[in-house]
Write a protein that binds this ligand. Structure first.
Ligand code: UDP
Length: 467
């Protein structure tokens, strides 16, 4: 057996190589429609920033189209590898957990054939977290997991309309009690993990999502409107994100109707732009069932409220153009019922546009109410309308929030976030191999720490719905 110091010498000379699991969120996929949103952006930006710190990153997703290549480069030291797991075609997210054993098998095969030595695996969400747990066990390496949403919290907000299956929470608990570290994207999420899942606080590290400050920059509103061919005299409220019930777009529509009542003379120049979703393809087979349902529901609300002249559904907006949409707007509205972190508020603030958002989840951390944006109760359309109106009509308040927002987002640059992640990775690896060496030295091959595994591990049931 190697003495403990020699084991550290080996770790230090190994390449800093991490496998990131994100089965449903290909970082190179077009963003905005279906389930392509924050997780895709998170993995892409984190991967690029980790490369700058010397990490070699392989991102493992599921092959879902014959048009994409098996392996694609993200940057010099980062690539995406699309594994065979289920049919090579679109599968609604609710059905993907069934294919996770095949995903694990494909990963282990690829890793072995290519003799890839990973220091650790970074899982995401709950079903890629499950795959990370299984794979890390086989390879005898540590893993960390980022939870982008929490099943219990989501269910508390959405109740009967939550499409997630009951297995989701059991899987989340299994990951949270395994021998690993958990990443909460906000202090609020950390508290929820402790309170609702009984997670050991020592296992949780808070590392937020970030914003690409090169892409999202303060741009003069008139310039942005010129780029987008928007009339300069409009009053614009913007929503950016997926078309999903938890995003609370219904509240925004009601707020717009209220705004039209509050400022009837301004109605002809009022616009509410909704960026995201796939309106042209809403009858296509590749649409998430939940998105289609929500899309139809929202059209019904627009008709009922009689605000067709104000509201425009733009579909998914290319990331290169997105900063101009934020900068062209007077206010960005984030009306979510539940938002564990929320990249959109950061992108808007970085582009110089104040945000009116629900007082939920991580938004309470990124936005300082009254200083770098406004927070109101989720679902309260009147309060949203009031704050939007205030920002549209008070230039001094608008300017103050804009300047404070631009300053605040500097804390959330991806370089800053990758620094924190790199520190965590190194800490986790050293801790794991130290314990491994210690156990070996004591004649026990298996590494066991922190918490016991739950009595009954979860495995996908064929045909079981998840989401
Ligand atoms: N997004 C985009 N184009 C769109 C709509 C959304 O690029 O048309 C991006 C948006 O800029 C953000 C991400 O999708 O980076 C959404 O992330 P967020 O954390 O706000 O929500 P999530 O998708 O994680 O629920």
């Amino acid at each position: 057996m190697l003495p403990i110091p020699n084991i550290f010498a080996i770790i230090i000379t190994m390449i800093k190589r991490v496998a990131i699991f994100t089965d449903h969120a290909d970082p190179l996929a077009p963003i905005g429609a279906g389930y392509m949103g924050g997780e895709n952006v998170y993995v892409l930006e984190l991967t690029r920033a980790l490369s700058r710190l010397g990490w070699h990153t392989d991102v493992y997703t599921r092959a879902s189209s014959l048009k994409t290549t098996h392996i694609a480069k993200v940057s010099q030291d980062a690539r995406v590898i699309r594994l065979k797991a289920g049919p090579v075609s679109f599968v609604p997210r609710d059905k993907l957990f069934t294919y996770m054993p095949e995903y694990v098998e494909s990963f282990l095969k690829f890793q072995k054939e290519n003799k890839l030595e990973y220091l650790l695996i970074h899982g995401n969400y709950y079903f890629s977290g499950w795959a990370a747990l299984q794979s890390a066990k086989v390879l005898g390496i540590p893993f960390v997991n980022t939870f982008h949403t929490l099943g219990i919290v989501r269910h508390n907000f959405l109740k009967d309309t939550d499409p997630s299956p009951h297995e989701r929470i059991a899987i989340e608990k299994e990951i949270m009690t395994a021998d690993n570290r958990i990443i909460a994207t906000s202090p609020q999420m950390r508290d929820e993990m402790i309170r609702l899942y009984g997670t050991n606080p020592k296992k949780i590290t808070v590392i937020p999502g970030g914003v690409n400050l090169n892409r999202f920059q303060p741009t003069p509103q008139l310039l942005a409107r010129r780029v987008l061919h928007f009339s300069i005299n409009r009053l614009i409220a913007l929503y950016v994100g997926r078309i999903e019930r938890r995003k609370g777009i219904d509240t925004l529509l009601e707020a717009v109707a209220e705004l039209a009542r509050l400022m009837p003379d301004k109605r002809p120049i009022m616009r509410c732009y909704i960026a995201g979703g796939n309106p042209k393809g809403h009858k296509s087979k590749v649409m998430e069932p939940s998105e289609l349902k929500e899309w139809e529901r929202l059209q019904g609300i627009v008709d009922k409220l009689g605000i067709k002249d104000i509201v425009r559904f733009l579909g998914g907006i290319n990331r290169e153009l997105l900063t101009f949409y934020y900068a062209a707007a007077d206010v960005t509205v984030v009306p979510s019922y539940y938002e564990p972190f929320g990249l959109v508020p950061l992108e808007s603030m970085a582009s110089g546009t104040p945000v009116v958002a629900s007082r939920v989840g991580g938004i309470q951390w990124t936005i300082r109410d009254g200083k770098s944006g406004y927070l109101v109760e989720p679902g309260n359309a009147k309060a949203f309308a009031e704050r939007i109106r205030y920002l549209m009509t008070h230039a001094t308040a608008h300017k103050l929030l804009r300047e404070n927002g631009i300053e605040r987002v500097k804390l959330f640059s991806w370089d800053n976030i990758a620094d924190q992640m790199s520190d965590l990775y190194q800490d986790v690896v050293i801790d794991y191999f130290y314990r491994k060496a210690f156990h070996l030295a004591n004649g026990n091959g298996e590494v066991k720490v922190h918490n016991k595994s739950p009595e009954k591990p979860i495995t996908p049931q064929h045909g079981a719905a998840t989401g």
